[in-house]
Design a protein around this ligand. Structure first.
Ligand code: DSN
Length: 421
């Protein structure tokens, strides 16, 4: 059952309780390989489900528009201080509701509608909110987009520099959602300085790796850093903006009153708890194990003949290009889900197929590493992925159901925060 228990939901709303319980069991039984997901600790879950959700706190500690902030003010101050200490930044705002609102606040702080901004194109590994055409950021700003090289699958820094010097963007975003390689923050910083742009490092995917010392930090290179809190950082769904002192007040004004109303105080508390956990030595071990596991999984998939964008990974994320496997990313992801292995279909760079039926599969190791899986288990997971993709190409559902049972057996040996038998 769900942990912490939910007896009051059980008795007052059994329909919703059953769905929550079902999701807790699903998360326990599956090998969850979506690289932007994780398992938060029971402490983070407890903090998320508190009376803090009852309170309005528009403003910032010491400057609120509602009375009764005796406990909220110190709580938000602790969350901000923990973020500053963990990442080594001058300033942290913990109020953005999630990653896209955090990025929108950066636009509001430093750009006006119609201004030129620059980011990585979504199909190349970037994020919608870095100026992709269907996003408000692509509609309201003049977005120029960079990509990766066709031959290496890696960011082409020469292209980034040429584009930045030609287009003079106000903001340059680095980071994204499907980047399997180390982000070269010093190189981006040099380009931004030359072009007169503010560099924004969106570290949503790799924040936990940075906190744990398993990926270089953008601090000292990017004036503004945005992140969600729920991916490798292993906190609740939320976001933060961090910056140099110079940009602090513009960013704070953009979040509130520019973009948002009252902060979600229960989320702020859970972020504080997660940041406390991320400052512990065990979290460093976790971050490095995530990368070790991802490299092991990538190696095992490559050994089975799969094409990996950029040839492998430096971080938590692997992007498989299934073009030569005779199956699209979507049917492969659906078959894997039936086989107990959760991934997501994804475009690959230069994908000839549509985003809703793309050629790629995106997977990663943050969640299974939290469960306790180690590099040795990645060989077995790669074998299951291979078998399931082969079975899916032949529409053999018996094989998928057999694998699901084997995955369940493996995962049942590893406790999942959020579930107790
Ligand atoms: N949904 C996030 C991810 O999965 O990477 C991006 O918004």
């Amino acid at each position: 059952m769900h942990n912490p228990p939910i007896p009051h939901v059980d008795s007052s709303d059994p329909e919703i309780a059953a769905l929550i319980g079902g999701e807790a069991r699903r998360q326990y039984e599956k090998a969850r390989l979506i690289p932007s997901e994780n398992y938060v600790s029971v402490a983070v879950l407890e903090a998320s489900g508190t009376v803090l959700t009852n309170k309005y706190s528009e403003g910032y500690p010491g400057r609120r528009y509602y009375e009764g902030q005796q406990f909220i003010d110190p709580l938000e101050t602790i969350a901000r201080d923990r973020a500053k200490a963990l990442f080594g930044v001058d300033h942290a705002n913990v109020q953005p509701y999630s990653g896209t609102p955090a990025n929108l606040a950066v636009y509001l702080a430093f750009a006006a509608p119609g201004d030129t901004i620059m980011g990585m194109a979504l199909p190349m590994g970037g994020h919608l909110s870095h100026g992709w055409s269907v996003s408000a950021t692509g509609k309201w700003f003049r977005a120029v987009q960079y990509g990766v090289r066709r031959d290496t699958g890696r960011v082409d820094l020469d292209e980034v520099r040429d584009l930045a010097l030609k287009e003079h963007p106000k903001l340059i975003f680095c980071g994204g959602t499907a980047i399997p390689r180390t982000i070269d923050f010093p190189a981006f910083a040099a380009i931004a300085a030359e072009a007169g742009a503010i560099l924004v490092a969106d570290i949503a995917h790799i924040a936990g790796l940075i906190a744990g010392g398993a990926h270089p930090s953008p601090v000292g290179h990017a004036g503004v850093i945005t992140t969600t809190t729920h991916k490798t950082l292993r906190g609740p769904r939320g976001a933060m903006i961090m910056s140099t002192a110079e940009h602090a007040s513009a960013l704070d004004r953009a979040v509130f009153p520019g973009l948002q109303g009252g902060p979600h105080n229960h989320t702020t508390a859970a972020i504080a708890v997660a940041l406390h956990e991320a400052a512990r030595p065990e979290f460093r071990d976790y971050a490095h194990q995530v990368v070790t596991n991802a490299k092991a999984l990538a190696g095992a998939l490559a050994a089975r003949g799969y094409d990996l964008v950029s040839g492998g990974t430096d971080n938590h994320l692997i992007l498989m290009d299934l073009t030569s496997s005779g199956i699209g990313g979507k049917p492969a992801a659906k078959a894997l889900d039936r086989a107990g292995i959760e991934t997501n279909y994804n475009t690959v760079p230069f994908d000839p197929r549509k985003p809703f039926d793309p050629s790629g599969l995106r997977l990663g190791t943050p969640a299974v590493t939290t469960r306790g899986l180690r590099a040795g288990h990645m060989e077995q997971i790669a074998a299951w992925i291979d078998e399931a993709i082969t079975a899916a190409a032949k529409a053999d559902e018996t094989v998928l159901d057999r694998i699901a049972g084997e995955v369940r057996d493996l995962m049942s040996a590893f406790p999942a925060p959020g579930w107790t038998r």
